[in-house]
Design a protein. Sequence first.
Length: 465
Amino acid sequence: MSQKNETTILALALLLTVGIVGGGFWWFSNNRVKIGNNIIPNQEPSNNSSLQDRISFGEKSFTPGDISPVKKEGLQAIAAKSYDRAIANFTAALKLNRNDPETLIFLNNARIGFSKSYTIVASVPFGTDPNTSLEILRGIAQAQNQVNSSGGVKGVPLRVGIASDDDNPEIAKQIASGLVSNSEVLGVVGPNTSDSTLAAGTIYTSGQLVAISPTSTSVKISNFSHYVFRTVPSDFMAARTLANYMVRTLQKKNAVVFFNSQSNYSQSLKSEFVSSVSLEGGQVASEFDLSRADFSAAKSIEQATKQGAEVLMLAANTETLDKALQVIQINQKRLTLLGGDDVYTAKTLEIGREQAVGMVLAVPWHIDSDPKSDFPQKSRQLWSADVSWRSALSYDATVALISALERNPTRPGVQQALLSSDFSATGASGTIRFLASGDRNAPVQLVKIVPGSRSRTGYDFEPVR
């Protein structure tokens, strides 16, 4: 089947609108989808979960585990278009759990009701990485809540949909096809991983729909498309910062790298680190592939030690984080630990504990890195907790789309605005501007794992001053 025909079929699988101007909602019914006056069968994605089940504007929740009865009632109310009841339900649900970004997004969508709106969609991996998904949604929800509370985008509120792509490139492409086919959708925040962004980016490009990833760092995304942007610095920046810290600050020149050969992000960070260390006058003695079936953390560290390694760099991704944490435990602080931004998780603090203390990671942003910014205070007020770099960069991606919509609320207008030499917006991590490559020229923040209480694990990430 040709890509064009496949895209057409997948487009039909997604309900476009309910016939309301600016509505942006999709209506679903059992095993059939209504498009205009026609009824057609649903098309099934390759993992046997229908595409319609992967997108929600408030009709369904993707948050794992039990949800409160009052939130459940809100989902039912918004599906029935009983918006006043949905507003009351979601408001009550937020009082029970203030740290739930999905509920806040659905509440703001319910407040819009039948009114005209501008629609964007978040593509996040709820099915495989719910914690990262919630981190990303906190930034998007904060930006939506902020703009709608202040009157909208030049008087028009922002509606946000959530698409669950499982960090699966094929599913991300299917979702992209559906979003491209809905003219109501004016921009996308996501996908999360570099692999999914590169895969779905081909669809967004052919459909001329802008996607801004807050978390995809592979160098392959630079100059990939005039419709694919990112608010996160590339692996080139992270690798250079880590290599510089290793050689100039730590005064160490011999490293080994642990990575996942099956991940675009992990491969990218590893390669950039090897090159950067070499440029700094150091060397990477060995590379260990975490994805190999016969990988042994103990044997790898034994080999690294015999080769005279002083530094152990973890370029692990989400799928190989558990193996990376094994490496941290077995290392027993013998080799100095460095890592990329995927290692920046609560799980690293919970499992790494004392063995991870002193490890330095390169991340795009830290909540304590800029004392002049008002974003940390506002986010703490909203969520009653600290937010991560993923939330901050997702906030920036949403703010960028909002600023572009203010200039010209059309798909071509959004793309042209973002590429304009005079485009700028103020985000959580400073001024947002995009290079012609789609990259954002922004610095990287080094953070260190230290004993602390803020994360409630007994350990925290704090900025390296």
